[in-house]
Write a protein that binds this ligand. Structure first.
Ligand code: CA
Length: 249
C-alpha cells in the first residue's frame, strides 16, 4: 500500500532530530506503570523525567519545558485533567503536546481531555509498542520538528485531497464534495492519527461564524464515507469519543 503526503515537511524534518534531544515528562502515580513507561521511552533514546504526584508533575513541567507530557488522569494532589487544563491555558506551555493515560471505560474523561486540548490518549493496559507509536505520531504532528504544513495535496493510499483546488480524487477520479464535507475531510486528514470529539470537529472545522446547515458531524461523516470510504479505511470511529483519520504511516 502506498502512503505518502506530497510536499509534506514533517516526516523528513522529524527524522533529522535525534531522540536524545527530545525530553518527555511522565506524571504517573503507579510505580510499576511508571517503570514500564520510563524504560520503554528511554530504550527509544528519549530523555525522561518523572513525577509520581500531580502538583510535583506540574512543577517539573514548568521548571524545564519538555517536548511532550505523558499524563495519568487519577493522580494525588492534582488530577491529570487539571494539569492539562493548566498547561493549555498558559501561553508558555500551551503548545507542549499532552498524551493522556486512561483506564479502559473512561470515555467521558477522554472526551473531556481532548476537549481541553490533550493531543492524544493511550488506554491502559497498553503495549509499549503502541505507546511508542503514539508518542512518535504526536511528536511528528506537534513536536519540535513539526512545522506548519505547506502541502497542497494530501495523498493517502488511493485518496488525494487537493487543498488549493478544493478537489478530492479517489483512484484518480474526482469525487464531488460539498464545502462542508471538504473542510471536514481536509481537517481530519491534516491531522492523521489524532482523535477529535464531535464538538471539536464542529468548532475547529467551522467555527462560530460559518453557517453550517447541519451541525450534526455524524451526518457529514456518513456522507463522506459513502463517497470515498465505505469500508472505513481512512476515517475511523472511536466509540464513545469521536473520529480519527487513520495514521497509515
Ligand atoms: Ca493513577
Amino acid at each position: 500500500m502506498y502512503v505518502g503526503v506530497v510536499g509534506s515537511l514533517f516526516l523528513t524534518s522529524y527524522r533529522s532530530i535525534s531522540m536524545a534531544e527530545i525530553h518527555i515528562v511522565i506524571v504517573e502515580d503507579e510505580p510499576d506503570i511508571l517503570d514500564v513507561l520510563s524504560y520503554s521511552l528511554k530504550r527509544e533514546g528519549f530523555q525522561v523525567t518523572a513525577a509520581l504526584d500531580g502538583a510535583e508533575g506540574l512543577n517539573l513541567i514548568q521548571a524545564k519545558l519538555p517536548d511532550l507530557v505523558l499524563l495519568d488522569l487519577m493522580l494525588p494532589s492534582m488530577d491529570g485533567l487539571d494539569i492539562c487544563r493548566h498547561l493549555k491555558n498558559k501561553e508558555r506551555t500551551r503548545t507542549i503536546p499532552v498524551v493522556m493515560l486512561t483506564a479502559k471505560g473512561e470515555e467521558s474523561d477522554i472526551v473531556l481531555g481532548l476537549g481541553i486540548g490533550a493531543d492524544d490518549y493511550v488506554t491502559k493496559p497498553f503495549s509499549p509498542k503502541e505507546l511508542i507509536a503514539r508518542v512518535k505520531a504526536v511528536l511528528r504532528r506537534c513536536g519540535p520538528a513539526a512545522k506548519p504544513s505547506a502541502e497542497q495535496i494530501i495523498e493517502v493510499d488511493q485518496l488525494a485531497i487537493d487543498i488549493g483546488k478544493h478537489k478530492v480524487c479517489l483512484a484518480g477520479s474526482e469525487v464531488k464534495f460539498t464545502a462542508t464535507e471538504f473542510r471536514l475531510l481536509h481537517y481530519l486528514a491534516s491531522n492523521p492519527g489524532r482523535v477529535f470529539t464531535r464538538e471539536q470537529l464542529l468548532d475547529q472545522t467551522f467555527g462560530n461564524d460559518v453557517v453550517v446547515v447541519d451541525r450534526n458531524i455524524d451526518v457529514h461523516i456518513r456522507a463522506i464515507r459513502k463517497k470515498i470510504d465505505p469500508s472505513q479505511l481512512y476515517i475511523g470511529t472511536i466509540r464513545g469519543v469521536g473520529y480519527r483519520f487513520k495514521d497509515l504511516n
